[in-house]
Design a protein around this ligand. Sequence first.
Ligand code: 5GP
Ligand code: ZN
Length: 394
Amino acid sequence: MPETSTLEVTPVVAIPPHLVGQIQSKLAYVDEAIAAAQVAESGDRITLTLRSAGNAAEIEAKVQRVVQEMAQGSIAPRVEILEDHLARPVSYDADPLTELLARREVYEESTGIFTFGPLMSRLIEYFEGRFLQLAAHFEAQPYRFPTLMSAKFLDRVDYFKAFPHSLTFATHLREDLDIINEFAEKAKYEGHGLNSPAEFFSQIQALLSPAVCYHLYFSLADHPLPNGQLIATAVGNCFRYESNNLTSLERLWNFTMREVIFVGSKDFVLEKREQSRLFMQKIFEELGLAYQVETANDPFFVGEFRKQAAFQNAFQLKYEIRARLPFKDSTLAIGSYNYHQDFFGRHLDITLPDGKPIHTGCTAFGLERVAYAFLAQHGFDPARWPAAVREALP
Ligand code: 5GP
Ligand code: ZN
């Protein structure tokens, strides 16, 4: 075990309860010396575990800056609960990860990168099939999207300002014989990564996709939308670098999302989003899932946080489906119903027949999390599973 030390910080601005979790997860990005961060529920104490002594004064100053920017003047959003099924009966109360690891059903290839065996794969396939029923209900058109995403387009939709901390970049060796030869001879995984110098690598043209629906909007850019509306569905790999928060199956660097995507007028998108929620309510009931649906905001980076998060909350742009995790008495977002207003229409110049920018929205499910939450609630004995799942799996 490398040596660690502890640094206690008393925040200059008290952290209000609604920001405790969000500030805690942001602290992972404050300094490379921070191995773990804990914000007390009372919001008046932060405990940092440092990898080395680091420069404590510098780290504390950066922590205070994050707290100040996120907490000062922040007003608790009015969380509206649209559905509450948290009391639905469940039959398991342990962390399924323990059993999954013991059965070699999941294997952690590297931090935040997991492979899944037959049980998880069958569960995910089954749940995805249920989400495809939602797609079929809307006669959604199927699409296939790449894992890489264009840096040029991500820039056009201001992604770098909103979520810089969670980006994952794709690069390759520069086209240079000497560099390629030297890499081939000397590249080694040493300490915490490859030993190759940064100058060997190309400028960034592509990133690993942080979301699925963006690919659809990019493909529609700079044109009027034929017929003025479109419903699409796609599944894809998504990547969000979560630093020290990459623990367990709750947060993966690489996860998969199935989305149903709505493009059209404001009324069209809002109506489809609501129909999605009502349709899924019946499916989640059959799956025996204990969950609630509530208003939420995306995890914006510090600089954008207050404005954007408040805006999303105030206009109810995001509803999260939060499944109960009985073993830790908390909930985990397994999906979301999103409305982006005309954000993508404006930034990407996609227009309705009347020339106005289109509106977009999506219903998105994190497939690994759905399977994980199901096992957390119903365990590993199929005899105790809700009938729909038990009968569907071999
Ligand atoms: P959103 O676009 O609402 O942030 O993400 C949609 C869904 O993707 C979330 O509700 C969640 O199920 C899943 N998701 C988001 N981030 C992560 C993550 O770090 N790990 C995993 N496993 N799933 C995630
Ligand atoms: Zn989406």
